[in-house]
Design a protein. Structure first.
Length: 159
């Protein structure tokens, strides 16, 4: 995560000290731009729910952190319907309450071409769908040799 902090040198120092103390912040590096502005690059811990889904070969369709619903609804794509129970069990190990609400098969009419499947595989392996992302859309675009706008359209169609 990148932040730009503005203010007096004292206020900037106090803000950065507060950021470093926040839960979930692993590192915070500061790069002064001028006397009134500093950029802060922060490395954040992955939320437990993201670690669990990544370790379970889950592709998040809707991020629970973007939901205003209580309880939060989380839509996933799983390789096998039997994986749902494993995901719920792993979440329980992380002390996160979860239950399956609806399991439905993927619409076979929206199958990916081998090239699209390869691109999605690379995106998953390189951390594009993780929080925070380990690769940008532009970086992924360069890596797979496809325009960023085309990738964005592909990923939206997967939703």
């Amino acid at each position: 995560m990148t932040l730009e902090v503005t203010g007096t040198p004292e206020a900037i120092a106090a803000t950065i000290a507060t950021l470093r103390m926040m839960a979930g912040v692993e590192q915070a590096y500061e790069i002064p731009a001028d006397s009134q502005k500093t950029r802060v690059f922060m490395t954040l811990q992955k939320p437990r729910i993201c670690r669990t889904s990544a370790n379970s070969s889950v592709l998040c369709v809707d991020c629970p952190f973007d939901s205003a619903e209580v309880p939060t609804r989380w839509r996933l794509d799983l390789r096998r319907t039997g994986s749902a129970g494993q995901v719920v069990a792993r979440l329980a190990e992380e002390e996160i309450q979860a239950a399956t609400d609806l399991i439905s098969p993927v619409n076979r009419g929206t199958r990916l071409t081998p090239r699209e499947r390869g691109i999605v595989t690379v995106a998953i392996e390189r951390g594009y769908f993780e929080f925070p992302r380990r690769i940008t859309l532009e970086g992924l675009s360069r890596l797979v040799g496809v325009e960023a706008a085309t990738l964005r359209t592909l990923f939206r169609s997967l939703e």
